[in-house]
Design a binder for this molecule. Sequence first.
Ligand code: BG6
Length: 532
Amino acid sequence: MSAPAPARGKTGVSIKRTEGPDPGVEAIRAKDPVTIVIFGASGDLAKRKLLPALYHLHAGGYLPERYAVVGFSRTPLGDDAYRESMLAALREQVKGDSVGADHPIVQALHYQPGDADNPETFRDLRARLEKIEKDCGLPGNRLYYLSVAPEFFPLILENLAAAGLIRQKTDPTWSRVIIEKPFGTDLTSARALNAIVGATLDENQIYRIDHYLGKETVQNILSFRFGNSIFEPLFNQKYVDNVQITVAEELGMEGRRGAYYDGAGTMRDMVQNHILQLFCLIAMEPPSALEAQAIRDEKVKVLRALVPMTRKEVAANTVRGQYGMGEKNGQVVKGYRQEEGVDPQSCTETFVALRMKVDNWRWAGVPFFLRSGKRLAKRVSEIAVEFKQPPLHLFRYLGEDDEIVARPMSNVIVMRIQPDEGISLSIACKQPGMRIQLQEVEMDFFYGEAFHERSPEAYERLLLDALRGDASLFTRSDEVEYSWRFITAIHEAWANLPPPSFPNYYPFSDGPDEANRLLEGTQARWRPLREA
Ligand code: BG6
């Protein structure tokens, strides 16, 4: 699926940097001494994301003066062996920095072997935590990070509670739990999980993570909308024609992920969480304050305006895709059904496109187009807000068949989440010459050019917020349930529709052509991925 690319000129814009007061590290660092307990301690996430995040937080001075990190998982290991394996992983991740075994983060690591389903090992964990905390002068504040498969979430929570490892709200020290995705697989399971989690923890002790919310450019959506006065008045059905949210990946299953992915599909893996979060941020009303409750209240309101689709609406407004075999640079690339861990007859979608309507005052009648997929032409995540065309086409010129034509042009604001992080605004401009002819040009802001400081990784920001007790960038129980309500209705309708004819798109393309059907009757065109 591709649309003809508009000819584009580039306009340089000068970026005026506002030197606001620097809040300083001291104001936002985590102050309470803490013990961080990682379940799934030797897993991929711990190695690739969590430890490097702690390393950078330490380097930036954001961690409290005293802290310990305790890894818990099944592999029988001692502290030294754990430190060694984490040190090797850390060195790979923070290339360029030479990290020694005496680095404070490495020294802060401890390891406690145990089984998520064995209460006995949680009693051992408790004894071990108390010993470490006594030795290190830590008061017993604990951040538990559940970086494990979702079937272990309830078991771990029950066993933590049974071993007396969860503090009550009234205790002088705190317990918080970060829960990784996926949070449920449909509305019923998400509700059940919320009930289990809620039986053990107070909502303000729960940090359901969605790493997209930790990305700088995602946080900038609210800054852009509500920190400027010129755009927000236009963000509504009077001026906006359509909104397009794309999260495309070039990667396929890359070996290990096939088995998980085959049970999930793009809708569960990307749309229910990351993409609906992007939707919330671009569509929500301004919160009354930049704090967790106000932000999450507004997100819930806009999710409630996504009325679940009927079966007929699902057939008309969703398109599923799955990549087939192909070739890139002379190399054969496996189709999804040939990937390791994937059922050779699989009907799991690796691409999805949706047309959504938002039933509220601001957005009534404005279609929101969402698409996401694996093995697409380019890795690109962006939100494009396309404005309505001018009411009168004043600028007409002689077209190919000597007809007087007006090239339809609309302004588009594109927020590039990744890569080439930035924001662009396309405007119509008179092309130099004797004739009056308009050309689309872009005003472009690139993060990399305007700012020279390092952008923190999503997990750094989210870990710091959890250590500080700020849940603004984490999802609340009702938020998760409303997003599942919308997604589950689509899954239920799909289950009753004839199975799609897969595979239906070529790897490294823009996805199935059928996705164009969703745009019929609108001025929208899918933005070509290679150009994005
Ligand atoms: C994860 C999904 O949540 O997000 C992956 O499970 C996906 O399938 C990843 O690749 C994308 O994250 P990012 O930060 O690379 O855009």
